[in-house]
Write a protein that binds this ligand. Structure first.
Ligand SMILES: Nc1ncnc2c1ncn2[C@@H]1O[C@H](COP(=O)(O)OP(=O)(O)OP(=O)(O)O)[C@@H](O)[C@H]1O
Ligand SMILES: [Zn+2]
Length: 678
């Protein structure tokens, strides 16, 4: 794996790990309680967060455990007080019989238990004595034991001599495990009815006594959301409704009940939902759909009931359900094993609750998904999530605005140019940009600077886009091969018409990659044509082709390149109708197995053949281009070996190709059109 692919902009975060801070982002200010949802902006006195409820299960457990302890102590004490039984040899026993010291015995089979008249010394242990004993009578013992015993005046019984535990105690002890299990189940049942479920069992203690979040400190407003203005204006109506539900009620208008926010991870859906609550000044309940699903069937539905119930109490309010696709997938589609029934029940409960709204409660449900395409159509029917707002990755002015939002409170040096930074970050989401600025601030702090310089910003961008450099010394031969590999990618990126310009080439190992070639589009791209996609495949194969041309061998380093090329080719042939043999039909589903979608094996074979043909053509083309431009390739490789990293200008200079950096677009960029993933 000697490089990472030139990024397809709509996959950038997945490929380059920019979304890695998701876990942290989710915790934006709200704390986790024993409920699967978080609340924010609740007026004091609402919810039970402020009146700590004594958990009943503790009492139960304490009673049961305590009871058993007492029982155990009692029975052992009883044994202790009457002195333990001493196992003795049969000869020791007969000796006591001869001494006429045996008071009584109880015999069953050959086992004899009994009590002495006077305590005798334990055989072989001077100092300790016993009165109660047990022994075995050998079957060959040929004595007149009964006669001897009678002579000594011993009582011979058929019931045990030793005081035994009462029947009730015995019963309790043998039933104990069952009682424990029954109690546990009873408790679980109660918990799940109450909406706590296993979550309560496992994470029960955390944050139970938390106070309601002070609305003034954590409130997010539209001022914190940037670059997605068109979305903001769409959600404005919800804000207006929540501010004054009465206004709508008077006119008999049907209130918005559910709004679906669709968009790639990190585009700010959660942020937007919180900001909506913040703008309207209403409490915000948020939960992730996956948190509703537990091992115990029925829990999810009851939690949903409870959540809606609480929201109604403090209405007007917003309920935000993240990752709704985990439970809202179309029936019959690919669904995770086990989650099926539970997800469906939870979803049905959400729909029931929403259907139950008369629209006068003033509760609006916002749901977020990054897989709007797999959602159950039942979700989107009128009266449910009948409004879908698509949140796109921001365009250049949007990125600049987002950078400005996140630069608040971070001292920037005068040379720091956020506009320039926004131009070199196409495809990055709000979360990526927030992360980028944070990385820059971290770097500045590490170096003891008092301000964030532009250098910090570009270094952070490099780190975010390419990964952190690894500190290893590569063998010379390996470096040379990597230089040609990356040189191949870079050169093909430079000489093909319409390809994304090469921004950076590096043979410094980062992560698992030995080198990187980064090319990003001049401006945001919203659709791809055949030539561009072929160019992407040719570029991806460029590393392997260069190794083959120059060194005559191919190494394993091209694995991810081949994956990229194959993925693009398959989509071109099977989904985008770009192959003559297949024609303009979509065969490969966006998700799942084509076979289950009813596509014949024959057709799939044709797809495979076409993919293979396309890739072979592109590979041949890559080799031809490199052969014809061999001096340029050699020159890039030489520069790479010398400098290790070439930026845009150096790389083009090394190849001897004139490349005019673009002037920033003066006109606004085109509005995003729905686009597919590459
Ligand atoms: N438009 C934006 N303006 C300002 N900050 C943003 C924007 N979009 C995202 N961010 C930043 O990214 C963080 C993460 O965004 P958020 O969690 O809302 O994304 P999301 O779309 O809900 O992602 P996911 O699908 O992973 O839940 C926000 O807390 C914020 O710091
Ligand atoms: Zn490569």
């Amino acid at each position: 794996m000697s490089e990472k692919e030139p990024p397809a902009k709509d996959e950038s975060s997945a490929d380059r790990g920019q979304g890695g801070d998701q876990g942290d982002r989710k915790n934006d200010g709200s704390q986790r309680s024993h409920k699967p949802w978080r609340t924010e902006g609740l007026p004091a006195g609402h919810g039970d967060d402020d009146k700590p409820r004594r958990p009943r299960w503790w009492k139960w457990a304490a009673w049961i455990v305590g009871g058993y302890l007492v029982l155990f102590l009692l029975t052992t004490m009883q044994d202790q007080m009457s002195g333990g039984e001493q196992t003795i040899a049969y000869t020791d026993f007969t000796a006591q019989v001869q001494k006429q010291n045996v008071a009584e015995i109880f015999a069953r089979g050959d086992t004899i238990e009994g009590r002495l008249k006077q305590a005798a010394e334990v055989p072989g242990k001077s100092g300790s004595t016993y009165t109660k004993f047990t022994t075995e009578r050998p079957t060959f013992a040929n004595d007149n034991l009964y006669g001897d015993l009678q002579k000594g005046g011993a009582t011979v019984r058929a019931t045990p001599v030793v005081a035994q535990r009462g029947v009730l105690v015995n019963l309790l002890i043998s039933l104990g495990p069952f009682i424990l299990i029954a109690a546990f189940y009873f408790w679980l049942f109660r918990r799940s009815r109450a909406g706590g479920g296993l979550g309560g069992l496992l994470g029960g203690g955390a944050g139970r006594q938390k106070k309601p979040v002070d609305p003034s400190t954590v409130r997010v407003t539209f001022a914190d959301v940037a670059g997605i203005d068109e979305v903001e204006s769409e959600i404005e109506e919800v804000v207006d409704y929540l501010k004054d539900p009465e206004k709508y009620r008077r006119l008999g208008a049907r209130a918005p009940k559910g709004v679906l926010l669709a968009g790639a991870p990190g585009t700010g859906k959660t942020l937007l939902a919180r900001a909506t609550a913040g703008e309207a000044g209403v409490p915000f309940f948020s939960a992730s759909a996956s948190e509703f699903i537990e091992m115990i069937v029925g829990v999810g539905a009851s939690r949903v009931r409870e959540l809606f119930g609480e929201a109604r109490k403090v209405a007007p309010a917003i309920i935000f359900i993240d990752e709704i696709d985990t439970i809202g997938r179309a029936r019959g589609g690919a669904r995770s094993v086990g989650g099926h029934d539970e997800g469906e029940q939870t979803l049905n409960q959400i729909l029931t609750e929403m259907d139950g709204f008369s629209g006068t409660e003033g509760v609006v449900v916002l749901a977020a998904t990054n897989r709007a395409d797999v959602l159950d159509p039942a979700l989107l029917r009128p009266g449910r999530f009948d409004r879908t707002i698509t949140v796109h990755a921001p365009d250049q002015p949007g990125r600049e605005a987002i950078l400005k939002v996140h630069a608040r409170g971070k001292p920037l040096a005068p040379d720091a140019d956020l506009a320039a930074l926004s131009r070199s970050t196409p495809g990055m989401t709000g979360a990526d940009l927030a992360n980028l600025l944070n990385e820059a601030a971290l770097a500045a702090a590490r170096q003891g600077e008092s301000q964030i310089s532009h250098r910090d910003l570009t270094d952070a961008l490099e780190k975010v886009q390419l990964g952190t450099a690894r500190n290893v010394v590569m063998p010379e031969e390996e470096r040379r091969r990597t230089a040609y590999h990356e040189g191949g990618h870079a050169l093909l990126g430079m000489i093909q018409k319409g390809a994304d310009p090469v921004r950076k080439v590096s043979i410094i190992p980062r992560g698992r990659a030995l080198g990187v070639t980064l090319s990003t589009p001049e401006s945001d791209r919203y659709g791809y044509d055949v030539d561009y996609l072929r160019g992407r495949i040719i570029g991806a194969l460029g590393g392997m082709a260069a190794e083959q041309e120059v060194l005559g061998v191919v190494t394993t380093g091209a694995e991810s390149d081949l994956e990229t090329a194959t993925r693009i080719a398959r989509s071109m042939v099977g989904r985008w109708g770009m192959s003559d043999a297949i024609g303009p039909v979509s065969i490969l589903p966006a998700e799942g197995d084509a076979r289950t979608a009813g596509v014949s094996d024959e057709l799939l074979n044709t797809v495979d053949e076409e993919v293979r043909r396309l890739i072979e053509q592109c590979y041949a083309e890559a080799r031809r281009l490199l052969r014809e431009n061999r001096p340029k390739l050699d020159s890039i490789a030489a520069q790479l070996l010398e400098h290790e990293t070439l930026d845009e200008a150096d790389a083009y200079a090394a190849a001897g190709i004139t490349h005019a950096p673009p002037t920033p677009p003066a006109t606004p960029e085109p509005q995003p059109a729905p686009r597919d993933r590459a």
